[in-house]
Ligand binder design. Structure first.
Ligand SMILES: [Zn+2]
Ligand SMILES: [Zn+2]
Length: 229
């Protein structure tokens, strides 16, 4: 990479997975540390979600522990199809093994080991992926696709387990200024009505619920809502 003049960062110095400008100490990386940390968190939660998806498959049983039944909103079949797809062939386990396989080729490692059935395969691949996410974000050119896949699997599994669909509404562009460049983040922020907090996918700034309600109101030029008790 050519030397970088600070305060003059080009699009080439953005994370390949989110629009965030890379920090001076991240410029050699393909993906930023926020994306790395989030993917690590998501991938490590997948085995537990995978187990919970089994309950979501059984008709008449609540899919999750959020206490929000989906009855009356949709026919039972489409609701159960998503957990089935995520647990079956081509689902979470296959997708993660695909990531591990691609990384093994890049790292010149031996091929995927035989770990047994779905659960041991999932447990094994999650350990390998979590342990090598730092390498991938650092050195693997195609990491953005794999980060996207991990995020998507996590979102789908969470939605299938909790019965919550992605009903996030846009609240406006992120106003956070980059400390180094002074550039405004500008990532489009979306929020679920259930979310206790939002995190900007661009710069990683987080807002608690009362803060994002005020933020949304401020962006629309509305009076600030009272802070929730
Ligand atoms: Zn990023
Ligand atoms: Zn932002």
């Amino acid at each position: 990479m050519p030397p970088v003049v600070d305060a003059d960062q080009q699009p080439a110095f953005r994370c390949t997975h989110c629009p965030r400008l890379l920090h001076a100490n991240e410029l050699h990386r393909y993906a930023c540390r926020i994306c790395e940390d989030r993917a690590t968190e998501h991938v490590q939660k997948l085995p537990n979600l995978y187990t919970q998806l089994e309950a979501a498959l059984t008709p008449g049983r609540s899919g999750g522990n959020m206490g929000r039944a989906v009855t009356g909103r949709a026919a039972p079949l489409p609701v159960a199809l998503q957990p089935l797809n995520l647990r079956g062939p081509g689902g979470i386990v296959s997708m993660l093994l695909g990531i591990e396989q691609r990384w093994r080729i890049q790292l010149d490692w031996e091929q995927l080991p035989q770990r047994g059935g779905y659960e041991p395969s999932l447990a094994g691949t999650v350990v390998v992926i979590a342990a090598n996410l730092s390498w991938a974000c650092d050195k693997y050119e195609g990491v953005a696709d794999d980060l996207k896949l991990i995020g998507s699997l996590f979102a789908q599994a969470t939605s299938a387990v909790t019965g919550e669909h992605d009903v996030r509404v846009p609240i406006g562009a992120c106003p956070t200024k980059n400390e180094e460049t002074g550039a405004v983040c500008g990532e489009r922020l979306k929020v679920s009505p259930w979310a206790p907090l939002i995190r900007c996918g661009g710069c990683g700034t987080q807002w608690a619920r009362d803060e994002w309600l005020r933020l949304g109101a401020a962006m629309r030029g509305l009076p600030m809502p009272a802070v929730a008790a």
